[in-house]
Ligand binder design. Structure first.
Ligand SMILES: Nc1nc2c(c(=O)[nH]1)N[C@H]1C(S)=C(S)[C@@H](COP(=O)(O)O)O[C@H]1N2
Ligand SMILES: [Mo]
Length: 378
């Protein structure tokens, strides 16, 4: 006896090209926003050579906005990608699976696209909760795969251009077999997908868009939770710095005219107050009031040239974020401070006591805590 497995039969509008197009263009928009903001973030975190000096220090909320959009568009893409895959999965059962070399290449590009897209959303989401259950380092791999996904996506859009065009609007049925008219079933599906996108956005976006913070359900961080009303990514204990004794603290400023300041001397210098956000790469951000000494004043005293770059070194001995650099735009911005106070009180040890960097339009990971040294780079 011969066993016959009949492939499932898919009929109706929920798996047709019009539905795939409707969901696909929202997904493409989410991916476009996610990719562009991801490039911005990557560039701002890893400026190399002269472009580092081209990074503007304004607007103060620039990185907060782009990184907020990066994480929000990535989260919104999760229900969109799920719905899109559900809409098109009957194609996995199309027979014969490969019709020609061209068809085989197209299927291969889809495989790369789907695998890459799922990988990016999964690793990105796990990164927002700071869970890294993989053996590679997150940033370079997430960055490289993004290019792969964008390449495969552009190819996919090019290959599907005739269908996309034919099904762009409700009325256009084009030359394809199925009429593209909408009906209650399709409208219900699209409404459900829209509601899912709205729900995941509303319950997470408050982590960076603080007016919506009361709706946070799933975001890993609440912008109010932490010492002095500000979240902490790495505590003093986790960084291995503990509490730094006041009388032992020194700020070393290394430049043409190097000098060293005690904490008393630093506190006696002119203090300035600024309102600036910490905008963490992982998606939370929160504005705060900082008081401290202008980096520009410290550099001036060290005889640094106006176009000098600066390296900020932490007293933390190990770990990825103990050193950061900035171009002259940031170094000379009057809002860039070595902060001694946060929201009216001395810094909590977890916020970098006794001294931390705070600068406008800068990724959180570069806002170095427990600063012990400024080095003027030529
Ligand atoms: N020395 C040092 N500075 C650091 C870090 C660190 O691990 N070590 N973490 C950075 C990261 S990732 C962020 S988001 C901010 C968080 O600052 P906060 O803990 O004061 O909110 O500090 C940054 N500064
Ligand atoms: Mo961060």
């Amino acid at each position: 006896m011969k066993l016959r497995v009949s492939p499932p039969v898919f009929k109706g509008r929920l798996h047709d090209a019009r539905t795939a197009t409707s969901i696909g263009r929202c997904l493409a928009l989410a991916f476009a926003v996610c990719f562009v903001t991801g490039l911005v973030s990557h560039f701002m975190q890893h400026p190399s050579g002269w472009p580092a000096d081209g990074i503007p220090s304004r607007p103060t909320w620039g990185y907060r906005l782009t990184q907020g959009l990066h994480v929000a568009s990535g989260i919104a893409a999760v229900p969109l990608l799920s719905a899109k895959l559900w809409t098109v999965y009957p194609r996995l059962f199309a027979w014969p699976p490969l019709r020609s070399l061209r068809h085989a290449l197209e299927r291969l590009s889809i495989a790369v696209l789907v695998a890459g897209a799922v990988f990016e959303l999964a690793t990105g989401l796990l990164n927002t909760v700071q869970w890294y259950p993989w053996p590679f380092s997150f940033v370079p791999v997430h960055y490289a795969v993004a290019w792969l996904v964008v390449g495969a996506l552009l190819l996919h859009i090019a290959v599907k251009a005739p269908q996309i065009r034919a099904h762009w609007t409700r009325r256009s049925s084009g030359t394809l077999a199925l009429p593209a008219r909408d009906a209650p079933d399709r409208r219900s599906l699209l409404a459900a997908v829209g509601a899912a996108v709205g729900a995941v956005t509303l319950t997470t976006v408050g982590q960076s868009f603080t007016p919506l913070k009361d709706f946070i359900l799933f975001a890993p961080r609440h912008p109010d939770r932490g010492p002095q009303g500000l979240p902490v990514n790495r505590t003093a204990a986790a960084a291995g710095v503990g509490r730094i004794a006041d009388e032992e603290y020194r700020l070393v400023v290394d430049g043409p005219q190097p000098y060293t300041l005690t904490l008393e001397e630093l506190r006696a210098l002119p203090q300035h107050e600024v309102e600036l956000p910490i905008a963490c790469v992982e998606g939370w951000s929160k504005s705060a009031h900082w008081t401290g000494v202008r980096v520009a004043d410290l550099l001036e005293r060290a005889g640094a040239r106006p176009d000098a770059r600066v390296r900020v070194v932490s007293l933390q001995l190990r770990g990825g974020y103990r050193v950061s650099e900035m171009g002259h735009e940031h170094a000379r911005d009057p809002l860039t401070l070595l902060a001694l106070r946060l929201n009216g009180a001395e810094l909590d040890p977890d916020h970098g006591y006794p001294v931390r960097l705070i600068a406008p339009n800068r990724p959180g990971v570069l806002q170095t805590k427990w600063v012990g040294r400024l080095e003027v780079l030529s």
